[in-house]
Design a protein around this ligand. Structure first.
Ligand SMILES: [Ca+2]
Length: 232
C-alpha cells in the first residue's frame, strides 16, 4: 500500500470536516493495493487525494478541471499546483513555490528598494532567483575602474508582466533604459552601454541599476545578469 503523505492527511481531514461524514474508505484492489498501480479506470482509484487513473497509476489530477483549490488550480505532472501567475485567481495572484499565494515573494536581496540599499553586484554576477513586486523597485549597484562594455539583461518568461531596467551613474543621473515591446509573455530586457574610464585619480565609478515592474497583476520572478568586458 502506498504511503499516505501529510498533504493527503490534510485533504482527508478537510473532506471529513466539509462533508460531516467520512469518505468511502480505500478499497483494496485485486492485487492488494488501494488505489496504487495497475488501474484502468478512475473508479478503481479510491484512495483519497488520488482519484484519477493515468497511465495505469492513480494520481491527483489528469487535467485542470480536477484541481478545485484556489491555491492549486492547475494540473502539473498529475499534481495540482501552479507554475505561473496566469493560473492564479484574484485573491491569491502569485504563483509561489508551486502554490498560488496572496503575497509577493521577498527575495534574498530585500530590502533593496532604494539606491541607498542597493545590492552590490560583481561584474560577472548572474542572479536567477529574484522577484520584483508591484509598487516597489529593486536596486543594484556595481563599480568599474576602467572603460567597459556592459550589458545588463533580464530573462524572458511566460509570466504575465514586464520589467524595465534603468541605469544611473553614481550621482543618479540617467545613463540608459531598457527597451522592447510590451506584451505577454514578456520579452528579454537589456541595456547595452559603453561606460567611460572613471579617470585617473578619481577611483572606481559606481553605477546603479533599478528594476521596475511595468505591467502585470502579480509579482514577477526574474533573472539579472551582468556581462562586462574591458574596452580595450
Ligand atoms: Ca525584490
Amino acid at each position: 500500500m502506498r504511503s499516505i503523505g501529510a498533504k493527503t492527511i490534510i485533504v482527508f481531514t478537510a473532506m471529513v470536516m466539509a462533508c460531516a461524514e467520512p469518505p468511502e474508505p480505500p478499497r483494496d484492489d485485486d492485487d492488494g493495493t488501494s488505489g496504487g498501480g495497475g488501474c484502468v479506470e478512475d473508479e478503481e482509484c479510491q484512495q483519497v487525494g488520488y482519484p484519477k487513473c493515468v497511465m495505469g497509476e492513480c494520481v491527483e489530477c489528469a487535467s485542470n478541471s480536477d484541481c478545485s483549490s484556489p491555491t492549486s488550480p492547475a494540473c502539473i505532472d498529475n499534481s495540482c499546483g501552479c507554475n505561473n501567475n496566469n493560473q492564479c485567481g484574484e485573491d491569491q495572484p502569485y504563483c509561489t513555490n508551486g502554490q498560488c499565494a496572496k503575497t509577493c515573494v521577498q527575495d534574498d536581496y530585500e530590502p533593496n528598494d532604494s539606491s541607498m540599499a542597493a545590492t552590490s553586484l560583481s561584474l560577472t554576477d548572474d542572479l536567477d532567483d529574484l522577484w520584483i513586486c508591484p509598487e516597489e523597485y529593486d536596486w543594484f549597484k556595481f563599480t568599474i575602474s576602467t572603460a567597459m562594455f556592459v550589458s545588463i539583461i533580464t530573462n524572458s518568461d511566460a509570466y504575465d508582466g514586464n520589467i524595465r531596467l534603468n541605469l544611473y551613474d553614481g550621482s543618479l543621473n540617467p545613463v540608459d533604459v531598457s527597451f522592447g515591446p510590451t506584451f505577454t509573455p514578456r520579452t528579454v530586457r537589456a541595456i547595452h552601454v559603453q561606460l567611460p574610464n572613471p579617470g585617473f585619480g578619481t577611483g572606481p565609478a559606481t553605477y546603479y541599476v533599478r528594476v521596475q515592474m511595468l505591467e502585470g497583476t502579480g509579482g514577477l520572478p526574474y533573472r539579472l545578469a551582468l556581462l562586462t568586458f574591458a574596452k580595450g
